[in-house]
Ligand binder design. Structure first.
Ligand SMILES: Cc1ncc(COP(=O)(O)O)c(C=O)c1O
Length: 480
């Protein structure tokens, strides 16, 4: 038995259509998989089907042979039959609800980074990026270089690692050799590697609270027990008591510019952290994400430089200084870890995006990176000032401003009567991607109510009207 109706349908003779043999093969395969031709049913004889469809018998025979080779049908003496136990002949089961692993099912909310929006924290001035110069650097990276089409050093291109080591020594006071540098897919991969290399599931880890969401995602994925540590006007405020209470394996901190509140971690706290980590066998992650853009006073040197061969893993990124889609970051490992991590890193990393890495090395070595940073520093300094002025003149709800001496965002605190989540949600509808401050806390208090406002990628001419609108939305969100 075979359902005459659909096998009878003429094949397409349109000159653009697939060859007849391929059409017939696709039709039979779909019918078998879909259950229209159930397991064990007989296909029509090749002569009969060829006559019905007006095609050569050889064509039908070739299709039957192909289906037999693929296991859809079995050629028997009495004719060709659909093979038994294909899934199409079983009762369709209701698909179980997809179950995600617990560690990722808890991820808070989608970040929707890809939608263009004003005032987004952390986004650099994309229209001002020197695209033509970068294209030339990419040309240098590619030029005749077919060797770099192959797998590279898992730690990244030696030329880029050397360029970064030189740059970090001068600009950030980081002490390392090129061998200690691992090129990563942005800071995010570097943070994930720290978790993967140095912790076991269930280990305790400290995060700044409020703090960067990216590290929380990495720690959650590693099944760590995250402990929120308060941030005061001087950054991470851990005491020696905290160290004895629940010993962390990993401590995440942003010493040069606490994210998102902005303070600089003073040297006494840095030294205390390094000493305590040494004493307790813990590791410190120093995330130095936007310290190139210091707007007041001298640059703040990295904590890594204070530690000698201490327990500091330094994380950097080109997402802010170049552009986020470049997805280039780096991890500086303590020299003492190098031998131990070599095998796992070689197993986990493949060494790709080699031409981009070579282009980046050229961009740094030719001085273009430093020039670009200088231009951007001036631009962000002016934008930061303009945003402060617009806040004073157009954001007429009670607020205080935190940070702002570095980077590309300001944090505005609001009284609890102005709920930040509601204001941010309403602002999104007006194309503003301001972030609610409470969203950066694992245990938000009344103080963690406010808005993180980015000025990197929004032109200053817009600040007045955007902040005027934001103030209106804040008043509307206030109950009563
Ligand atoms: C604190 C912090 N670290 C790191 C990053 C950079 O992440 P990535 O290099 O993965 O783009 C950001 C970006 O917003 C950040 O705010």
């Amino acid at each position: 038995m075979h359902p005459q109706t659909f096998l009878d349908l003429p094949l397409s003779r349109d000159p653009d259509a697939a060859p007849l043999q391929r059409q017939l093969h696709a039709r039979l395969k779909t019918s078998i998989l879909g259950g229209a031709l159930p397991a064990g049913s007989s296909l029509p004889g090749s002569r009969a089907l060829a006559a019905t469809l007006g095609i050569a018998r050889n064509t039908v025979s070739a299709v039957y042979e192909q289906l037999a080779v693929e296991g859809y049908v079995i050629a028997r003496r009495q004719g060709t039959q659909v093979a038994p136990r294909l899934h199409g002949d079983q009762k369709p089961a209701t698909a179980p609800a997809p179950m995600l692993a617990r560690r990722v099912a808890q991820f808070a909310r989608p970040l929707l980074m890809h939608k263009p929006a004003a005032l987004r924290p952390g986004e650099p001035a994309l229209p001002q990026f020197p695209l033509a110069a970068w294209r030339r650097a990419m040309d240098v990276g590619y030029q005749g270089n077919t060797a770099a089409l192959g797998y590279g050093d898992p730690a990244g291109e030696p030329a880029l690692r050397a360029a970064i080591a030189r740059y970090l020594a001068v600009a950030r006071g980081v002490r390392c050799s090129a061998e200690q540098i691992i090129i990563t897919e942005g800071a995010q991969e570097a943070l994930g590697l720290c978790v993967l290399l140095l912790t076991n599931p269930g280990d305790a880890a400290w995060v700044e609270d409020p703090g960067y969401r990216g590290i929380k995602a990495a720690m959650q994925a590693g099944d760590l027990r995250m402990l929120p540590m308060r941030v005061d006007g001087h950054g991470l405020a851990a005491t020696l008591d905290d160290w004895s209470r629940d010993m962390p394996r990993l401590v995440y901190t942003t010493p040069a510019h606490q994210y998102p509140l902005g303070p600089v971690l003073p040297v006494a706290r840095r030294l205390q952290l390094i000493e305590a980590a040494r004493a307790h066998g813990a590791w410190l992650i120093e995330d130095d994400y936007d310290s190139e853009f210091r707007h007041a006073g001298e640059p703040i040197a990295a904590m890594q430089g204070l530690a000698g061969d201490g327990p500091v893993l330094y994380v950097g990124t080109f997402s802010k200084t170049m552009f986020p889609a470049l997805r280039l970051g780096f991890l500086v490992l303590p020299a003492a870890l190098l031998a131990a991590v070599q095998a796992p890193l070689a197993a986990m990393l493949r060494g790709g995006h080699r031409h981009e890495q070579l282009a980046m090395a050229h961009f740094i070595d030719s001085g273009q990176y430093a020039r670009h940073l200088g231009r951007m520093r001036r631009l962000y300094r002016a934008r930061q000032q303009a945003l402060r002025e617009a806040l004073a003149s157009h954001f007429d709800v009670p607020h205080t401003v935190d940070g702002g001496h570095c980077g590309m965002h300001l944090t505005v605190r609001l009284p609890p009567a102005f709920p930040d989540q509601m204001i941010a949600a309403a602002a999104h509808a007006y194309g503003m991607a301001v972030s609610p401050l409470s969203g950066f806390s694992l245990a938000p208090t009344e103080e963690d109510n406010g808005l993180v406002i980015g000025y990197g990628n929004t032109a200053p001419e817009l600040y007045g009207s955007l902040l005027g609108r934001l103030a209106k939305l804040a008043r509307q969100a206030k109950p009563g």
